[in-house]
Design a protein around this ligand. Sequence first.
Ligand code: CTP
Ligand code: MG
Length: 229
Amino acid sequence: MRALETWAIVVAAGSGERLGADRPKAFVKFGERTLVAASLETFESHDGIDGIIVAVPEGFETEMSLIADDLGAGKIAAAVAGGASRAESVANALACLPESAHFVLVHDAARPLAGEDLIDRVMAGLADGADGVVPALAVTDTVKRLGADGSVAETFDRSTLRAVQTTQGFPVERLRSAIERAGEGLAAATDCASLVETAGGRVICVEGDPRNLKVTTAEDLQRALELAG
Ligand code: CTP
Ligand code: MG
């Protein structure tokens, strides 16, 4: 019997304001290629991935197909214009998935160093029946919540906290219905798992990877390049 299809969505439609480059963050140079190319290459070469949809800033569709050609990334089925927020970009890409897609892995182009083993762990969580799977790291700083006046209102028990990354995985229908249900609140979601949690889904954590950092600032980009070695 053929395995259920797993598709990847790479969200690359942000502007990269905090990086402050002369182009959208995903299209910034990363070694020989671009930041987005690094993630696309990882999914292209992973045997468990059947196809890829990329969300790009409006007007970057042609640039994306040149990148795909350059990579020889035949799994990239479409490059779609993203939305005003990350979650809207995910929604636009989700609309392009074929009916045959059973699981979806959502990945930030801002994380160029996700490894095959991290993707394997997320896929294993999905195969076990979770509604959502997120790679997570223990939090080493003590985390506090501020009250309305800006002073500390609460200190969390660190042992129960996790910092989560992408790639995050879901059964396609779970994520689709969670997005529909979010309605107006969609734009505020900083990750997909939070939408599935709000919809009552069971989201589990698998081991994240400290190398899988998110490039937000110029310092992060430098650090990622050093790690890529
Ligand atoms: N993203 C997206 N569509 C948006 C906003 C973000 O596809 N409207 C993507 C980004 O391209 C990135 C990921 O979501 O891969 C995480 O977002 P973030 O790191 O915040 O990237 P940017 O929004 O581009 O950066 P900034 O917030 O500094 O402008
Ligand atoms: Mg952003």
